[in-house]
Structure formats: C-alpha cells, structure tokens
Design a protein around this ligand. Structure first.
Ligand SMILES: Nc1ncnc2c1ncn2[C@@H]1O[C@H](COP(=O)(O)OP(=O)(O)OP(=O)(O)O)[C@@H](O)[C@H]1O
Length: 262
C-alpha cells in the first residue's frame, strides 16, 4: 500500500482554520485551528464531549461547519468535496455499514463505488481481509451485521485504506481492537506515514498517542488548549499528566459515592 503522489505545493495535508460548529446554544467546536504537516502522524486528544468527533467530521466533509474552513492537500473540503475526498481515507465515529454484506462484498462495493478498477479492488480487498484477520469470517460468509465491534472497526479501516488515499482521518481507530490486531494496525499506519502519507487519529489512550504520534493537539470544551510536536505539548511530563493538568480532573471526596459497595 503506497500513499498517492501529491503534486500540490501546500505543506499541510490537512488544515482546519477557525472551524466552528454550534448545535443550538451549544458550541461544540469553538474556532479550532489545526494544521497537520504532510507526512505527520497527528493525535487529537481530549476528554469526552471535547469536540474531537465534531471537528473531524467537519474536516472530512461529513458535517457542515457553522463557520471556518477545512482543506485536504490544499483542496477546500466544502468547496470541492469530490476532489478533496479523493485524497481522504476516513474512519468515522459510529460507522454505518451495509449490514447484509460480507466484509469482502463490502470492500468490493466500496471500491467499485469509488471508481476503482475491479482487479485492483479484488486483490487489495483480499490482502486487507487477510492482514486484518477477517479471513475466517469471510470463509464462513459472516455478514457485517454479525461482526463484533472490533471486527467492524477493522472492516471500516479496510474501507478507509482501499483506495490508497494520502490522508487518513481515523476516529478512535484502536477502540475495541484486540492487542494482536492493534499491532497489525500500528504496522500498517507506520508504513503509511513512512511512504509519505499523513494520519490524524483521535484517541483517549495517551500511551498510544505518545508511541505513535509526532504531533498532538489537546482539545477541551471545543477549543485547542495545546498543540505542537509531542515534546512541545508534553513539556517534560508524560502526555497524560500534561493532559490532566490542562483539562482538569474533578476531585472525588471520601464521602461522595459512599453508597457504592455498601
Ligand atoms: N448532533 C449533535 N447534536 C447536538 N449536540 C451534539 C451533536 N453532536 C455532538 N454534540 C455535542 O457536541 C459536543 C462535542 O461532541 P463530540 O462528539 O465532538 O465530542 P468528542 O470529543 O468526540 O467526545 P468523545 O471523546 O466522548 O467521543 C458534546 O457536548 C456533544 O453533546
């Protein structure tokens, strides 16, 4: 799998500028600016409800921003979504999949829908299914609707990779994935960046982000509270300590929740 060659001079694979999204009175994403340099492995971290999924959804053309702009490889996602999406592989949150297809059928459908050549779809699908350890399910004719949570995540990743995009945007790619598959996934993602591709992941697992990402943004209450290289953001601490320091953690007094276990 090699990342597609990009001809634009733009130095950013993904650029979000003053992105904002309101839901009624709630400001979910509050003028967020994030720049992902080409070839980087970028981690977006933040507590539950911080606005990560909302920001990423706007970045990839799934959710219209209230204001601001998003571009992929220099192409405005909302002005020219078809061109921008050609460069993008996306694993959205709560991925809706055709439930009545097997994993292999889903990849075939997806690849052909994207206008890929049938031979390339067949060989890449078989490779992805084997590498992501979905072969047995395929042999048994297991439908995607019968997949476990982790298997759904893996077939979702396969759809994101199939057309060899240059930018991957993956919302919680490791969630519910077993340790063996996680290693495989890490190998795939590392190879992707080594061949020039760019990746943005959201994650709650700080150790994983420290291990994988060279750049990080911490998002809290819809705003970026720190961003830069991993070392800049950590500033001599662990990412988890820095995260808790910036985001804050509520105290739990001795008396509180005393009914638990009573
Ligand atoms: N469709 C929606 N309608 C109303 N509010 C929404 C909608 N989607 C998100 N929100 C709100 O926007 C805020 C940000 O949500 P978002 O899902 O982006 O957070 P997140 O950082 O991805 O959280 P998590 O880590 O729990 O997945 C939350 O307060 C959420 O309730």
């Amino acid at each position: 799998m090699s990342a597609e060659t990009i001809t634009t001079d733009d130095e950013y694979a993904l650029e979000l500028v003053d992105l904002r999204r309101e839901f009624g009175d709630k400001v979910a994403v509050d003028d967020v600016t994030v720049r992902v340099p080409r070839g980087s492995f970028y981690g977006l971290v933040g507590p539950n409800g911080a606005g990560k999924t909302t920001a990423l959804s706007m970045a990839v053309g799934l959710l219209r921003p209230s204001s601001g702009r998003a571009s992929v490889e220099g192409i405005d996602v909302w002005a020219d979504p078809v061109a921008a999406k050609r460069h993008l592989g996306v694993l959205p949150d709560g991925l809706a999949l055709p439930e009545r297809l097997t994993g292999g059928e889903l990849l075939t459908y997806w690849g052909r829908f994207r206008g890929m050549d049938a031979t390339a779809v067949a060989s890449r699908s078989a490779e992805l299914i084997r590498i992501l350890e979905l072969e047995e399910a395929e042999t048994l004719g297991t439908l995607v609707g019968e997949y476990s949570t982790g298997m759904r995540k893996k077939i979702g990743l396969a759809t994101a990779l199939l057309h060899a995009p240059s930018v991957l945007v993956l919302d919680e790619p490791y969630e519910a994935v077993d340790p063996v598959s996680a290693r495989v996934l890490t190998r795939i993602l590392r190879r992707f960046t080594a061949s020039g591709g760019s990746i943005v992941i959201s994650s709650h697992v700080m150790s994983l982000v420290e291990q994988l990402c060279d750049r990080v943004a911490i998002v809290a209450a819809g705003r970026v509270v720190a961003d830069g290289t991993l070392d800049e953001v950590r500033s001599g601490e662990t990412l988890e300590d820095r995260f808790v320091e910036l985001v804050g953690a509520p105290d739990v007094d001795e008396e509180e929740l005393s009914w638990i276990g009573s």
